[in-house]
Design a protein around this ligand. Sequence first.
Ligand SMILES: Cc1cc2nc3c(=O)[nH]c(=O)nc-3n(C[C@H](O)[C@H](O)[C@H](O)COP(=O)(O)OP(=O)(O)OC[C@H]3O[C@@H](n4cnc5c(N)ncnc54)[C@H](O)[C@@H]3O)c2cc1C
Length: 309
Amino acid sequence: MSLLPEFEYKRPESLEEFHHLLSDYKGDAVILAGGTDVMPRIKMGLKKLNLILDIKALEGLRYIKDKGQNMRIGALTTISEIKKNKLIKDKYPSLHEAAKLTASENLQQRGTIGGNILQDTRCLYYNKPEVWRKSFRPCFKVGGDICNAARGGKKCFAVYCGDLAPALISLGASVRILSKKGEKQMPLKEIFTGDGKSPFSLSSHELVKDIIIPPDKMRGGYEKLRMRKAIDYPVVNIALSMGAGDKGRLVVGSAGATPLIYDFPSHDELSGIPEKAQNDMSPVNNMYLPPLYRKSMVKVLSDKLISRI
Ligand SMILES: Cc1cc2nc3c(=O)[nH]c(=O)nc-3n(C[C@H](O)[C@H](O)[C@H](O)COP(=O)(O)OP(=O)(O)OC[C@H]3O[C@@H](n4cnc5c(N)ncnc54)[C@H](O)[C@@H]3O)c2cc1C
């Protein structure tokens, strides 16, 4: 069993205390929400750190607010709370279905929306304990110079396997980010860098405060391919959300380091997207189902989703 390394642990209770702790800190600090993504990585020696900043005691980050227009979901809201929320079920079916299919019941109760969005990219050769990884040369993601999954590859091909982000991006969600300098808001799709090694544009001093979802796409759904139905990351996941005149967005997750996004102005244009998405996806052999199978399932799942919406 992998053991935790030594680190300092702090649990700030206010944003002021959080920013103060981070700005004064000289070593590597890691934000911890539910811990279900980051703790296994720390145990496997994938995340070096000196300090854990547990944000669960921060006030005012756990809410689902809707005053009839945009919905705001606080970063510490759990996946279980999202799944059970009646308004989300009625107003944002793609998000509701994605939450239902995320991991397992116990992980849904612990894992938060902020942590889910910012979960690290994954690879069969990377998400392994240190002793296992020692039989391979260090890959790009651990600071080396090769990709063990795609020999000869010139970059990291680790895959983003989050369930909620594709659904949120299909809904046109934005994210509010806090730092000592203040607050900024940006479309969720823009936090992805496209680089498997370093998948997000946020700095280690930035905190996701909440996610803002506009109200205009109330039809939609979510499909997910995974090995074990009781608990597993997606190996292909498709989110679809549509509004007036069937204008909408289809998003393909687990396709690479960043979700693939397809906007369509009407239902006529939607019908060509599954084939295009399948052609666009260039998977490598770094997940537990073969790349060609995953690629073919993009069209299968997209067609299935379109036919039931
Ligand atoms: C067995 C198993 C199965 C899983 N299956 C799935 C699955 O099917 N689908 C899926 O999507 N995920 C899955 N996960 C991953 C994980 O459970 C979820 O992504 C979960 O939602 C992560 O949330 P968390 O609060 O636990 O994140 P944490 O582990 O606390 O954090 C994740 C990352 O986000 C950062 N972070 C967290 N909150 C913030 C914030 N507010 N601001 C800035 N940075 C922040 C952390 O520093 C860390 O890097 C699985 C995990 C396990 C162990």
